[in-house]
Ligand binder design. Structure first.
Ligand SMILES: Cc1cc2nc3c(=O)[nH]c(=O)nc-3n(C[C@H](O)[C@H](O)[C@H](O)COP(=O)(O)OP(=O)(O)OC[C@H]3O[C@@H](n4cnc5c(N)ncnc54)[C@H](O)[C@@H]3O)c2cc1C
Length: 505
């Protein structure tokens, strides 16, 4: 498997290094809450078992058959049900198993992952968010039980990407909420590609730093903001200019690569190896490039007016230097070069990016149709369609100048972009269906976001984003860090961070 895939959720969590790791995730007292809290899945099943129990050993292949459908990068239906197990015979898990009143082995419970993370289960509870699975004896029985709960028709033979039932999300306004996971996946994948292809060179280094600054200040995922800040703050150690400029580059670059393995831009569980919002109905469609677009749009609606030209340059340079699709890069370069006046409103940059994306859609619509390469469930369209934003088009479907172009109301388009990529994108944790009490169980904290940089988490590098001109301050701290690192590397950063915190809070 590819290096990216090999860092899948399962291996990272379990630390297993076998060719065919179990699909069900082994949980214990130390990782139970965090894995369930951070899981993108809508539901979870936890099997409580004891490793000495013969019935549990016999049951394992049955449970695995179902788990393979839902867990891991090769799952046919990723992101729907997290299948996990806890060994109650392991001493460390005693309290955990008590919390869920484990009375027999194997015992299966079902519920929303966040409910497992924050709660427990008792057999005689009148109303509980977690329920006992009373008929999961075999893989068939268990899958039938799941299908009944979800109204689905999953089959044990379902294969990855042969999912005829995949729903198109093109016209469902709420689906973008799930894209928060894809934005994380795209960010992480982009950085894996940059490292794998040794794309950090003397001439591209600055461009990456500027893009990282943009991510630190405005990435919609808190953990990606934090991870970007970590990399940025250690950038000069990871990729020193003197090494990038010499012939020692390859071996030293490998050192940087090895060092960088300690940094996970969006946390150690990402990339997960699958897509949620950007999942195509075919193996070779959507995925990374869709996730990258969503990342760029979500950044564009989060910046302040004063940052719009810098954000534009950072995005254009990033695509130019680090997007490995040559044709995409060349076309995007052309669109960037055609901008004649600097942006001074964030609205104008967001609308420009939307329009550039539509130009790509228009071109690809024709190309994909003639080559037969389109994803039938996700055809290229002039976006947003009427079902997503009725007020965005002045005269929907009206033929203008004999071409089927839509006349857009750009103010309405911007309003829609800000709500779609700003608020809704990160709202998955506030969804009452996913969080029965609608409250904050800690999940919203993990990925909390805002439509501007005003609400960012506490933490030195992230606090910097509170400044009205996030880029400038961030760049200043970065330079300060580079200057002082020779003398007192960690001490000076801490002082700079403390100073900033005093100034900003
Ligand atoms: C910068 C860039 C340039 C690219 N250039 C090329 C190219 O030249 N040739 C090529 O073959 N491929 C190119 N690609 C890839 C291509 O644009 C698609 O990403 C890919 O075909 C997958 O398409 P998709 O159906 O997942 O939707 P995508 O086009 O990837 O869009 C992702 C999601 O964004 C939303 N969206 C669609 N249009 C807009 C819009 N106008 N504004 C805001 N949101 C929108 C929709 O919800 C859509 O599902 C490029 C990708 C990027 C990131």
């Amino acid at each position: 498997s590819s290096p990216i895939r090999s860092r899948s959720l399962l291996r990272t969590i379990t630390g297993e290094n076998v060719d065919f790791p179990d699909a069900a995730v082994d949980l214990n007292e130390t990782n139970f809450e965090s894995v369930l809290r951070d899981s993108p899945a809508s539901f979870a099943i936890v099997e409580f078992f004891a490793h000495w129990c013969p019935a549990c050993r016999n049951y394992k292949p049955q449970y695995e058959k179902v788990a393979r459908l839902f867990n891991g990068p090769n799952a046919a239906h990723p992101g729907i049900v997290l299948m996990a197990r806890v060994d109650c015979a392991s001493k460390i898990n005693s309290k955990l198993c008590d919390r869920f009143s484990v009375s027999h082995y194997p015992m299966l419970l079902w519920g929303h992952p966040s409910k497992f993370a924050s709660g427990g289960w008792q057999p005689k509870q009148d109303k509980s968010d977690i329920v006992l699975i009373d008929n999961g004896r075999t893989a068939d029985h268990l899958l039938n039980w799941i299908n009944k709960q979800l109204g689905s028709s999953f089959n044990l033979d379902d294969q990855k990407y042969e999912n005829k039932a995949l729903q198109s999300n093109v016209t469902d306004p709420e689906q973008i909420a799930r894209a928060i996971y894809d934005v994380e996946e795209a960010t992480s994948t982009a950085f894996d590609i940059i490292i794998e292809h040794k794309m950090i060179k003397l001439e591209t280094r600055g461009s990456l730093v500027r893009f990282l600054q943009l991510l630190v200040a405005h990435h919609p995922s808190k953990r990606c903001r934090k991870g970007s800040a970590d990399i940025l703050m250690n950038f000069d150690d990871l990729f020193p200019t003197d090494i990038l400029s010499t012939n020692r580059q390859d071996s030293e670059n490998d050192n940087g690569k090895a060092l960088l393995n300690n940094f996970h831009i969006c946390g150690k569980d990402v990339p997960r190896g699958y897509w949620m919002f950007c999942r195509g109905s075919r193996n070779d469609t959507r995925g990374f490039s869709c996730g990258l677009w969503v990342l760029l749009h979500s950044l564009s609606v989060r910046i302040d007016d004063g940052e719009s030209q810098q954000a534009f340059t950072a995005v254009c340079d990033f695509i130019h230097n680090f997007f490995i699709c040559e044709e995409c890069r060349v076309h995007f370069d052309e669109m960037c070069s055609s901008v004649s006046r600097p942006f001074n409103k964030s609205r104008d940059f967001a609308v420009w990016l939307w329009s550039a994306h539509n130009q790509v859609n228009e071109r690809l619509k024709k190309e994909e149709a003639s080559a037969g390469t389109e994803d039938p469930k996700f055809p290229k369209i002039m976006w947003p369609p009427n079902q997503l934003c009725a007020s965005c088009s002045v005269s929907t479907g009206k033929k203008i100048n004999t071409t089927n172009q839509t006349e857009w109301n750009e103010d309405e388009v911007f309003k829609f972009l800000a709500s779609y990529y700003g608020t809704t994108l990160a709202n998955v944790y506030k969804d009452k269906n996913l969080l029965a009490d609608g409250g904050n169980d800690g999940r919203s904290e993990v990925l909390s976001t805002s439509t501007s940089a005003i609400v960012v988490p506490v933490g030195a590098a992230l606090a910097i984003a509170l400044a009205s001109c996030a880029f400038a301050v961030l760049a200043w701290v970065w330079r300060l860090r580079q200057k002082n690192r020779k003398y007192s590397y960690r001490h000076s950063l801490k002082r700079a961070e403390e100073k900033l915190e005093v100034r900003l809070f």
